[in-house]
Design a protein around this ligand. Structure first.
Ligand SMILES: *Cc1c(COP(=O)(O)O)cnc(C)c1O
Length: 401
């Protein structure tokens, strides 16, 4: 099915992008995921679905998001021209709403009764609960008890949006345990529940579906940059957790002469447990129903991970990125907690834009990188989200209170 000579790949019939991806799930669940794949293929080609989805992206999310020339930052750094793709201006403040709306609409059209997911810091939970509210479908979010206490405002948001928040008291009471709990709940009634995965990860067809929903970011960015600069950018930059905002920007440009850089979190250090630099330091293995790079011990179990940005705190990575790394199409690099914190403040002061701590990783890299380039070069950075959610945490780090 792939067009010849394109890197905008469709997975093979088993869900593999090159060596990565697949459906590593219990055999009794295979029909469920195959059914989603079939429904997805049919439904997204349907004009009713497209009309509804495009209408929501335009008038509910506020798309197209602006492509903003960061003049002050560009002048201060004195190198390449820096453009920011403003996903922070979307309703709910980040790119996640793009795919959550797609999933909610698909679930509804498939006749599912409920959207179900886990959440760590609550960003995915809030985006999914929002999509469920507007589309009109029940929503259940599993969250570790420790995270519930730490992220109280997001718990309140989800409840206000009409979602049921299920506290998880097993294990370490954090994201990993919430994943297990949500998956167990899904397996009890997979006919009626749609599992709302939060990034380009998980078993086929999720990486492909989420990528396709997010690829609107790059399609818009291409049109916008051609309009103002009359040429393609030289570089694309995005932070990488599971990889959805990055591939969302990259996908449309994969066959063009544009260099792409994904920025992972090197956290506190490169020691195991202190970072989330999956593609930089991980190795191929299995996690969450897919074959991909992960940070693992010698038994193949995922290692603990850390990042100052909770959205980057994931030991795996979307299989499309694993494939693009092996093909040397995208370069993956790292930024640490301290650099991200400095970039968070820098963008706030210089441009009046408070970025999400996740997005601050991409900003930190552009701060190091842009000054080395000529002034006629163009960089587009995906500003995946806004930093309102992070200000209490940052205030404590910087003793601002
Ligand atoms: C969740 C999140 C991320 C990380 O997820 P990806 O799937 O890697 O994009 C990045 N930025 C923001 C603002 C997020 O909320």
């Amino acid at each position: 099915m792939n067009k010849k000579n394109t890197l905008q790949t469709t997975p093979d019939k088993d869900g593999y992008f090159g060596k990565y991806g697949g459906q590593i799930i219990p055999p009794q669940l295979k029909p469920i995921f195959d059914d989603i794949n079939e429904a997805y293929t049919k439904i997204i080609a349907d004009s009713d679905f497209q009309n509804e989805y495009q209408e929501l992206l335009k008038n509910y999310v506020g798309r197209p998001s602006p492509l903003y020339f960061a003049k002050n930052l560009t002048e201060k750094l004195g190198g390449a021209k820096i453009y920011l793709k403003r996903e922070d201006l979307n309703h709910t403040g980040a790119h996640k709403i793009n795919h959550c709306l797609g999933e909610a609409l698909l679930a509804k059209k498939m006749g599912k009764k409920k959207l179900l997911a886990e959440t760590g810091a609550g960003q995915h939970g809030v985006a999914l609960a929002t999509a469920a509210a507007i589309v009109g479908i029940d929503c259940e979010i599993h969250m570790g008890e420790i995270d519930i206490v730490k992220q109280a405002p997001n718990v309140i948001r989800m409840k206000l949006l009409g979602a049921k928040v299920v506290p998880v008291s097993s294990g370490g009471k954090c994201l990993k345990d919430a994943v297990d709990s949500a998956f167990a709940a899904f397996v009890k009634d997979p006919q009626n529940i749609f599992f709302g995965i939060g990034s380009v990860v998980g078993p086929h067809p999720y990486p492909m579906m989420i990528r396709n929903f997010q690829s609107v970011v790059g399609r818009e960015a291409k049109e916008q940059i051609l309009q103002v600069e009359n040429k393609l950018p030289d570089f694309l930059l995005a932070c990488v957790g599971g990889g959805s905002n990055a591939i969302g920007l990259f996908h449309e440009f994969l066959d063009d002469k544009v260099k792409m850089i994904g920025v992972e979190s090197s956290g506190k250090s490169f020691k195991p447990g202190e970072h989330a630099a999956t593609l930089t330091l991980g190795s191929p293995g299995e996690i969450h129903g897919m074959f991909t790079y992960l940070l693992q011990n010698d038994k193949g179990e995922p290692l603990p991970v850390h990042s100052i940005a909770s959205g980057l705190d994931y030991p795996g990575i979307g299989p499309i990125h694993a494939d693009l790394k092996d093909k040397n199409r995208v370069e993956y690099t790292t930024v640490n907690d301290q650099e991200a914190l400095v970039a968070f403040q820098e963008l706030s002061k210089v441009e009046g834009i408070i970025p999400a701590l996740e997005s601050a990783h991409a900003i930190a890299y552009v701060i190091k990188f842009a000054p080395k380039l000529d002034k006629d070069k163009i960089i587009i950075v995906n500003l995946s989200g806004r930093g309102d959610k992070d200000i209490d945490f940052v205030a404590k780090q910087l003793n601002l209170t």
